[in-house]
Design a protein around this ligand. Structure first.
Ligand code: CP3
Length: 334
């Protein structure tokens, strides 16, 4: 059994596994050099050879307990035929889409558009370096994908949407996302993903009147589906305040907390393994501060199953040496 499965299934408090959100990414010079040759990010995500290389890059450097397939949550809108581009210093840019048109995209078409993702997972899972480690597949949660689809760029600075206005439009889009996210998860698991993480990166945008409908219900049905495939599922509802309700309603196998959440508070609500929470900025410098924080997390979770990770993706300006130090603090010389 892999260390992360031991932590999840056996509730083993001693294994203390670790992986890092965005562990394959721009902070690694070897990623940047591949990226330089591949200007089109979506095409890169569909290139089996490069995806395999990039996914394995962090495992070659660091003692991590899992690989996460190199892909993006915006591959789902791409699979539905919405044009997605990633612009330098801007982030994702999506085209308008037509609801009737994406409604008419059938299962086979969606699958075919994303087949290279599944082929890459099959390929990665053959590598010996993954022995006794997990291969994490993932998806955006319906709400977070919907936000990018309708906002057509990151909602960081400009998300104004009247949730009341287009009720039936939201409902239809959620239904389309539900059936296609299921296909996406099913095929990742079938191809060799041993664990699924659901990124609800923009859960924090939803007001309390829509929390149940957009966050709880939508995550729950994807969690139920993933569990029915005998695969553990980690939820990352970034920015929410009511973790207790989320945990009671959605019942994920693992809850990943963001860096603004008090880990001690979550401990009180739940017996399930907790993941993450460490502020990615702590990897930007100051070894002493990082050590204090890691020790704090070790102490807090000494009697609780815990998966080390950050409270959001690793920042591109992180020095890989700090990642090495971070892992050493957790694992010693093991
Ligand atoms: O974690 C991993 O190593 C696996 C790969 C992965 C990527 N994106 C690669 C990526 C994963 C799991 C994601 C998830 C993702 N993508 C999320 C959820 C997590 C989160 O950050 O909240 C979101 C919201 C996206 C959408 C997305 N993709 C944005 C907003 C951006 C641009 C901003 C940024 O960080 O650059 C991306 C691009 C992206 N996805 C990059 C990588 C490595 C950078 C691309 C580049 O090289 O320019």
């Amino acid at each position: 059994m892999t260390p992360i499965h031991k932590c999840i299934i056996k509730r083993d408090k001693k294994v203390r596994p670790i992986w890092i959100m965005r562990q394959a990414g721009r902070y690694l010079p070897e990623f940047r050099s591949i990226r330089k040759r591949n200007k089109d990010f979506i095409k890169l995500c569909l290139n089996k050879k490069e995806v395999t290389n990039i996914t394995l890059q962090p495992l070659k450097r660091f003692k991590l307990d899992a690989a996460i397939i190199f892909s993006d949550i915006l591959m789902v809108p791409f699979g539905l035929g919405q044009n997605v581009k990633f612009l330098k210093n801007y982030g994702p840019k999506l085209n308008n889409f037509n609801l009737d048109k994406i409604k008419s995209v059938n299962k086979r078409e969606f699958y075919n558009n994303l087949k290279p993702v599944y082929d890459s997972i099959k390929n990665v899972s053959k590598y010996k370096i993954l022995k006794n480690k997990d291969l994490i597949g993932f998806s955006g949660s319906p709400w977070t994908i919907l936000v990018y689809m309708i906002n057509k760029s990151s909602p960081k600075n400009n998300f104004k949407y009247n949730f009341y206005k287009d009720k039936s439009f939201f409902h239809d889009l959620f239904e389309i996302l539900y059936s296609n996210i299921k296909i996406h998860i099913y095929n990742q698991i079938k191809s060799g993903a041993t664990l699924i993480q659901l990124f609800d990166s923009w859960a924090g945008l939803v007001d309390s009147n829509h929390f149940e409908e957009f966050i709880l219900k939508q995550n729950k049905r994807i969690v139920d589906y993933t569990k029915s495939l005998n695969t553990p599922v980690i939820c990352f509802p970034k920015g929410i305040h009511d973790y207790k309700t989320f945990l009671d309603y959605v019942k994920p196998d693992v809850i990943s907390i963001d860096y603004k959440t008090d880990p001690e508070k979550i401990l009180k609500f739940t017996n399930i393994p907790i993941q993450g929470g460490i502020d990615p900025k702590l990897l930007l410098g100051g070894k002493k501060k990082l050590e204090t924080e890691v020790n704090k997390f070790i102490e807090i979770f000494k009697n609780h199953p815990y998966i080390f990770n950050l409270g959001h993706g690793i920042l591109p300006e992180t020095d890989p040496k700090m990642v090495e130090y971070f892992i050493k603090l957790i694992k010693g010389n093991k």
